[in-house]
Design a binder for this molecule. Structure first.
Ligand code: CMC
Length: 428
């Protein structure tokens, strides 16, 4: 990268350095501080408030304007007009597929959905009441012990095969995780079904009954998957990139992403938001609960975002999906949805939230939709992981494809003990 623009930094001892300024196609400029080490100093930015960790061409967010684009396409258009597998192709390859590419991709993903039969035995090692995300971390990580023929990360074909395997098999593992926790037999994937229908079939069908997925609910789940598919350099994606930068295999990297996603500040927020609504229980308790948030006793789950300082565009689509699903399920008078609307309205008109620019994020509404689809709350973050797998794998592939990538290695501001001599235990 070349740049004619520079920022000049002068240290308190008078030493000066010129740092190049780069512009992206969209978004703020960045100052390239890589040369700072020559002066023997580093930057300090613990939670990455002001640090770009990479260049990327995949996803763009404008947090102030509330915009989200995948490869330049606004999320609202994709959620309305596209389907999840097409979005996966777009994220992975950079362009929307032609009809032929689309058919080939769908065929390939469909024919990778079965997992090695031996993999099913891993489940028996878990307690039935294990959190499904604990099972996901273990079983997805175990994929690297099965698919040795696609582990050469320097080979573009291997990377494509691994990416497709992950995209196809993570939903199967997710459904097996659900079946294991409810004590029902695993359901094999069915190739005649579409990607989302198949996920619902594997989760909800039993050998005893015919199961026909409801198209309105399929479309709602499809939207959830599209909305969660990628979100630039969030905590789990950065985890996947950092793990991958060491040369670790993609299955291990995605397992690390699942672990990072689990936390309530990230992917665990959908489960936490629903629990919060259940805990509030009634519209009459909203004011009291909001006061507790303002007193810093707890956070309002599903609210706030590191990047969005405006409405999360995914939340608007999700709210609309909420209406559609609740209508279809004849749950229009669903108390939790009504409660969520009142809570949203109360928070959005309160100075605490206005001053801090705290708006509902996608997970404020996704829990209500997932619940209406019949998905238990401990599976919500698993569904997020199914969706985000394509984002993780696309970002990982982008990093590995860059011939200049190096192992990620942050520095630190050391504030521990200075050098001292060991004292034998008798003298301590
Ligand atoms: N409820 C109440 N106060 C909040 C909230 C919230 N949800 N989020 C931020 N604040 C306050 C925070 O206490 C701080 O106040 P003060 O200036 O008085 O100290 C101020 O707003 C700035 O917040 P922050 O914690 O410095 O912001 P952050 O960028 O570090 O955190 C966040 C972002 C998403 C972790 C945080 O907003 C949060 O914990 N939200 C709830 C969890 C949640 O919904 N997460 C899902 C994110 S979207 C899905 C995903 O991408 O994973």
């Amino acid at each position: 990268m070349e740049s004619k623009r520079v920022a000049t930094l002068t240290l308190d001892d008078g030493r000066t350095i010129e740092l190049p300024i780069f512009s992206g196609t969209l978004g703020p400029d960045v100052i390239d501080i890589r040369a700072l080490g020559k002066l023997g100093v580093f930057t300090y930015d613990p939670a990455f408030f002001s640090t770009s960790s990479c260049t990327s061409e995949i996803t763009f967010i404008d947090g102030d304007a509330g915009l989200l684009y995948y490869r330049g396409y606004p999320i609202e258009q994709l959620a309305e007009k596209s389907d999840f597998l097409e979005v996966c192709y777009l994220l992975l390859n950079g362009e929307l597929p032609t009809a032929e590419q689309r058919a080939q991709f769908n065929q390939s993903i469909t024919h990778h959905t079965m997992v090695h039969d031996q993999l099913a035995r891993f489940f028996n090692g878990f307690r039935r009441d294990a959190h499904p995300m604990a099972v996901m971390v273990g079983v997805v990580g175990a994929l690297s012990a099965f698919y040795h023929d696609s582990l050469d990360i320097t080979d573009a074909h291997h990377r494509t095969v691994s990416a497709q395997r992950l995209l196809a098999k993570v939903p199967t593992i997710a459904a097996m995780t659900h079946k294991y926790s409810v004590g029902e037999p695993f359901m094999y994937p069915k190739n005649k079904l579409g990607f989302v229908e198949n996920l619902m079939y594997m989760m909800f069908a039993t050998p005893a009954d015919d199961y026909v997925p409801n198209p309105v609910l399929v479309r709602a789940l499809e939207r959830i998957l599209i909305l969660h598919a990628d979100h630039e350099q969030n905590a789990s994606t950065s985890t996947v990139r950092l793990a991958g930068s060491s040369g670790a295999n993609p299955f291990a990297c995605i397992a690390s992403g699942i672990a990072a996603l689990w936390g309530p500040a990230h992917g665990g927020a959908n489960e936490a938001a629903l629990k919060m609504l259940e805990e509030i229980g009634d519209v009459s308790r909203v004011a009291e609960y909001v006061q507790g948030v303002k007193d810093k006793k707890y956070k309002l789950m599903g609210f706030g975002h590191r990047v969005y300082k405006n409405m999360d565009p995914r939340a608007s689509v999700m709210r609309q999906t909420c209406y559609e699903v609740l209508k279809e399920q004849k749950l229009e008078n669903d108390g939790l949805f009504e409660l969520a609307m009142v809570l949203e309205k109360t928070a959005l008109s309160d100075p605490y939230f206005i001053e801090r620019k705290l708006y509902p994020n996608v997970d404020f509404y996704s829990g209500i939709v997932l619940r209406a689809l019949g998905i238990p709350s401990n599976m919500f973050t698993v569904i997020f992981a199914v969706a985000r797998t394509i984002g993780w794998v696309s970002q990982w592939n982008e990093m590995i494809s860059d011939s200049e990538y190096k192992i990620g290695r942050p520095r630190q501001l050391y504030r521990g003990a200075v050098r001292r001599d060991f004292v034998p235990v008798a003298k301590r």
